[in-house]
Design a binder for this molecule. Sequence first.
Ligand code: M3P
Ligand code: FE
Length: 304
Amino acid sequence: MGVIRLGYVHVRVTDLAGSAEHYRETLGMDQVAEQDGRLYLKSWDEHDHHSVVLEEGGVGLVKLGYKVEKSSDLDEFERRAASFGVRVERMSKGDNEGVGDGLRLTLPSDHTLELYSDVEYLGNATGNWNPDPWPRSGLRGIGVPRLDHTLITTEDPALLERFFSEVLGFRAAERLVAGPDDDQLVGSWMFCGEQPHDIAFVKGEQGKLHHFAYHVDDWSTLLRAGDLFSMHDVPVDFGPARHGITRGETIYFFDPSGNRNEVFAGGYRTGPDFRTITWTMDNAARGINYTHRELDPDFLNVVT
Ligand code: M3P
Ligand code: FE
């Protein structure tokens, strides 16, 4: 049993039309449905119904969805979440377009997290029979293949890490602690598969979104993404640069409503035998921006 991956990110946007253009034309996602003022989008190499939902009205995170292996896993996750002491309820087929029955949890960080296994299969853009390496019809904008991870903020990173570990079976790839003699947790990068992280969180306001990230193939694709941000007047936060933490390559940028996005390449492979890496706060700037070894305070303070 277990959690497979980040399935969907559902965010609020102030201007649905302007945001739709960003996610469709700059990132290259495809719109799969529009219902009740919500747009459902999917990247070309994703198979399930959608991975991003845009909802008009405000800014910030509505909820995250993580896909689990099978529906019987939900019973065990429900039991564990209840004994951990968080709020857990059943969600019904149709609560989310294309998604079946599942669980809705309120994390210790006040974020809403949904777990599900049953979701409509649409398939990716190249199919499963003698596929091309990328869609013949071409890609729009960056042509992001898939969602990668999300980073949220919480007042109590240690509690949230314990939740993801004990309830959902995640492991920490990297931890940021106060100092060599002070193990107070500032941030944790956790995985459920073999990526460096499927969820991360840093100390900050309860219930907020720092960013959600898309995978891109490599450094040159990342640099081309940067070209498109300039062409399309997308505000760039920082990058292209290297992360010390996760060893990924990155550019952070903002959608038209101010939700932070990231394009992320590289990183290493983890797994059940991976030994956690530790960073100390005196090296935090290098951990986050290895290239420049400096951080704009807004990078940490601006969340939605
Ligand atoms: C990443 C990553 C923060 C660090 C972010 C790191 C917000 O986004 O993908 O490794 O402190
Ligand atoms: Fe990230």
